[in-house]
Design a protein around this ligand. Structure first.
Ligand SMILES: [Zn+2]
Length: 312
């Protein structure tokens, strides 16, 4: 019995030792594990921290890059806009210069045209203002016999005016209306002789009232004609009863001709046969405004000088 008790005590002691040993081993293992976990956790923290630094660096670098790209873009856009604005300014300046050049050249061509156009051609002649006795048209053209009422005397007219009158007579003929030139350019001497003849026939008072003065200067210009129609016995009187006169009233302006002394005008006796070339533009404006050449003031008339020989 005693022996068995001793055995039990011995076993108990062994068991206690084993328990202590197991406990020590567990504690040691626990401690080791904890140390390892702590180390691991520290490493993870360090890695996380590095990662955060890298991310931060990366995003900062990206931001700098994007910023830099944006700045470059802005600079480029600004430069481009400035370039576009400069181009627009240059284009506008060029446009202005071109306009100025064209205005200047148009003025020069107007002046050249004016300097080549005889100032007398659109002058109003009156009982106090005559053409100089030495005046003669620069370039006279002979009127072909077929256009003259009487071929006994060669008639002449300013060359450019004849071009217009010939077209007028041809077009009238095409429309079934015949007319001839009875009188055209008359020099100062011819006019003096004519006036003397009238004086002999009618006496000086009558001669002065219709053959003289205003009409005379217009014939000396070489731009004015007396027209006559067949069947009038060679008389100018009664011309306003002819088809030729009716046609001229309706169409002469289209060829640049106007009736200098219409019925009831304030300036001179009625001369339905006496047509003066004033240029198509002025003749057309006179007709459209229902005015006569002598009703306009000289300053207004002078503005038409530059278009005097224009075809249209
Ligand atoms: Zn006349």
């Amino acid at each position: 019995m005693f022996n068995s008790y001793k055995k039990l005590e011995k076993w108990q002691k062994s068991l206690i030792r084993l328990s202590i040993l197991v406990t020590v081993v567990f504690v040691a293992l626990g401690w080791y594990t904890k140390v390892q976990l702590d180390t691991l956790s520290a490493n993870v923290a360090a890695l996380s921290s590095n990662l955060a630094i890298l991310e931060s660096k990366f995003s900062s670098t990206t931001a700098t890059l994007v910023n830099s790209i944006n700045q470059n873009n802005n600079s480029l856009n600004n430069a481009l806009n400035q370039q576009i604005q400069s181009s627009a300014v240059i284009a506008q300046q060029l446009g202005n210069y071109q306009q100025q050049v064209s205005t200047v050249s148009s003025t020069v061509s107007t002046l050249q045209k004016l300097s080549n156009t005889d100032q007398q051609l659109l002058q109003k002649y009156s009982k106090v203002f005559f053409l100089n006795e030495y005046y003669a048209p620069a370039k006279l053209a002979a009127i072909p016999g077929a256009y003259e009422y009487s071929e006994t005397k060669q008639l002449t007219l300013q060359a450019d005016v004849w071009t217009h009158l010939q077209k007028l007579i041809d077009d009238a003929k095409s429309a079934g209306v015949t007319m001839y030139v009875q009188s055209a350019y008359r020099s100062f001497n011819e006019q003096s002789a004519l006036k003397s003849d009238y004086k002999v026939i009618y006496g000086s008072g009558t001669a002065n009232s219709f053959a003289a003065d205003q009409g005379y200067s217009e014939h000396q210009l070489g731009t004015t004609v007396d027209m006559i129609a067949p069947g009038q016995g060679g008389n100018l009187d009664g011309f306003d009863t002819t088809k030729a006169y009716t046609w001229l009233l309706a169409n002469a302006y289209r060829y640049g001709f106007t009736l200098s002394y219409p019925k009831d005008n304030k300036f001179y006796v009625y001369e339905p046969w006496h047509w003066r070339f004033v240029g198509i533009k002025l003749a057309t404006d006179l007709r459209n405004q229902g005015k006569n050449f002598y009703d306009l003031d000289q300053r207004t008339i002078d503005t038409y000088l530059v278009n005097f020989f224009d075809i249209q």
